[in-house]
Design a protein around this ligand. Structure first.
Ligand SMILES: [Mg+2]
Length: 211
């Protein structure tokens, strides 16, 4: 595995446009999105109207759309209720459980495991441009958008999926993430010359130059 850096950065989901995806990541067929800190504030009970419009714009431009969220417990049902009608598919760790393996647990499918991304790709057939035959999506055709380097970007890296990193949307965080992970993210971003301060994030999708 190379250095843990995303392929792209941007300041917010609303500034990721279908046109910029096509221009900068032309092989992308599906957009995968984290929820907390990416689409909504942490554990929000509704989806902002402008975010819904942005997600619909991906679909209207011909891109498939997936939710890839580490939710658990009662939040799983809530996430499905919020997003099932808005996207192509909703993936939670629970949705990756193998019904034939009684020892399987949702915990092992959480990001940074690549499982949800790989399952989203494997379960959705697309028509191959060359052969005109139906085939599963390839991981390289997915673009993962998320706010956590050590979850979203790392899961994408492990799955062979391209990643977009953006700064946390909203004001709240899981306590463990706030205390342990965010300071480490800032240090890692500084060390790899990714945006550090709020003003550093570009307002359009921008390719990261690997140094
Ligand atoms: Mg998040």
């Amino acid at each position: 595995m190379g250095r843990l850096v995303p392929e792209f950065v941007v300041d917010r989901l609303l500034n990721v446009t279908p046109d910029d995806i096509r221009a900068l990541s032309p092989g992308t067929a599906a957009v995968c999105m984290d929820i907390d800190g990416t689409i909504t504030d942490y554990h929000a009970h509704s989806v902002p109207e402008d975010a819904q419009e942005r997600i619909r714009s991906f679909g209207e431009s011909g891109l498939l759309t997936f939710i890839v969220s580490n939710c658990s417990g009662s939040r799983v049902e809530e996430v499905h209720a919020l997003f099932d009608s808005l996207v192509t598919g909703v993936m939670t760790p629970f949705d990756c459980l193998n019904p034939e393996d009684s020892r399987d647990s949702a915990t092992r499918h959480r990001k940074p495991a690549p499982d949800m991304l790989l399952a989203a790709a494997a379960r959705h057939l697309v028509t191959d441009q060359t052969t005109a035959l139906k085939r599963p999506l390839r991981p390289a055709e997915l673009l993962m958008i998320g706010d956590q380097l050590f979850k979203d970007v790392l899961a994408a890296r492990r799955a062979g999926v391209r990643a977009v990193l953006l700064p946390r949307f909203g004001t709240r965080d899981h306590l463990g993430v706030r205390i342990l992970q965010r300071p480490a993210e800032v240090g890692w971003r500084a060390a790899t010359r990714l945006p550090v301060k709020a003003r550093d994030w570009p307002s359009r999708l921008t390719a990261v130059r690997v140094r």
